[in-house]
Design a protein around this ligand. Sequence first.
Ligand code: RB5
Length: 149
Amino acid sequence: MADISIAVGSDHAGFELKEAIREYLESLNLSVKDFGTFTTDSVDYPDFAYAVASAVAKGEFDRGILICGTGIGMSIVANKVKGIRAAECTTSYLAEMSRRHNNANVLTLGGRVLSAEEAQTIVRVWLETPFEGGRHQRRIDKIHYLTGM
Ligand code: RB5
């Protein structure tokens, strides 16, 4: 697997899965920074989504992985940060296509949706799959040009 740096974050509902995914990434010897949360105490997902997405947008990390209960809140927030293309993936097919066609730089997952094993497979595919470029680059350029984001 390519040597990429990854920022991870979750709220309380994604905490357990975030811990499992962080350990998985570390087992692959990838560079990982954990932005929290660090307990199951109730917190607000926008705080963690914004911190991780902003760090990726600034180029401090190659990719971000965000986990809340459903993955939806994290996706909504991350996609409001300029330069971010966040994709919620519930299957490895979605993970593959979010990389091949959308060059997603943030993956969002639902801690109340996926088992750790399912999530690990999705993360592995998401990290291993390259962007195809070509006509897909033109479409991505349009996302940012048309939205100013
Ligand atoms: C927390 O209960 C839950 O709302 C949050 O984790 C997330 O699923 C929101 O989209």
